[in-house]
Write a protein that binds this ligand. Structure first.
Ligand SMILES: [Fe+2]
Ligand SMILES: [Fe+2]
Length: 195
């Protein structure tokens, strides 16, 4: 009950923040990822409300367009990989984590981790990281259905890890522009685990 009240007022704050920055579509996406991550995590996580909170906040850095992301990261002292310099879109996961801390007073390291790797996952991922990663791929932020959706949902019948592996394998084989090192590490780790 307390957790529900907490995420209710957080949702209002995220709404206000994103509305102020003309990012209401991102807000809608964040709510649907939060709801879905909660559902996915309900029987797996000790505290599924963390999945909802991470989902609600995962894309709040949409307030910075791609062409500002390197600068903003530099100002915040965030270390960047060369892959992130080549393809600044990916930086948004790290920026969202910083905004979660500075604007929304999130200090829970598990929630912050799930926000920080929601696009790429990473080696040594937690169940919460995995839940938020998969929820974001199913409730994607673009028009229509993702091309990988059917296969991903089928894989999800086996496990979250099968679903994550299916997604990463799909994008690796369908013209991914830059392979982030965290994504590659996660791919190898999951492959070792499920095959
Ligand atoms: Fe994202
Ligand atoms: Fe997203």
């Amino acid at each position: 009950m307390m957790e529900n009240a907490k995420s209710g007022s957080l949702q209002k704050a995220v709404n206000h923040f994103l509305e102020q920055h003309q990012c209401i579509e991102t807000y809608n996406h964040c709510v649907s990822v939060g709801d879905y991550a909660y559902q996915l995590g309900e029987h797996i996580l000790n505290d599924p409300s963390k999945a909802r909170i991470a989902g609600l906040l995962h894309d709040v850095s949409a307030i910075y367009p791609d062409n500002q992301r390197i600068n903003v990261a530099n100002k915040l002292g965030i270390q960047l990989y060369k892959e992130e310099l080549e393809f600044p879109m990916i930086i948004h996961q790290k920026l969202s984590k910083q905004i979660a801390i500075s604007e929304f007073n999130i200090s829970d390291s598990e929630i912050l981790s799930a926000i920080e790797c929601h696009t790429t996952l990473r080696a040594g991922y937690s169940d919460l990281d995995l839940v938020v990663f998969v929820a974001d791929k199913i409730k994607w932020d673009q028009v229509g259905e993702p091309p990988y959706l059917e296969g991903l949902l089928k894989a999800l019948d086996q496990s979250l890890e099968h679903a994550a592996y299916y997604y990463i394998d799909f994008i690796l084989n369908n013209g991914i522009k830059v392979i982030h090192p965290w994504l590659w590490d996660a791919y190898l780790e999951i492959g070792d685990k499920i095959f």
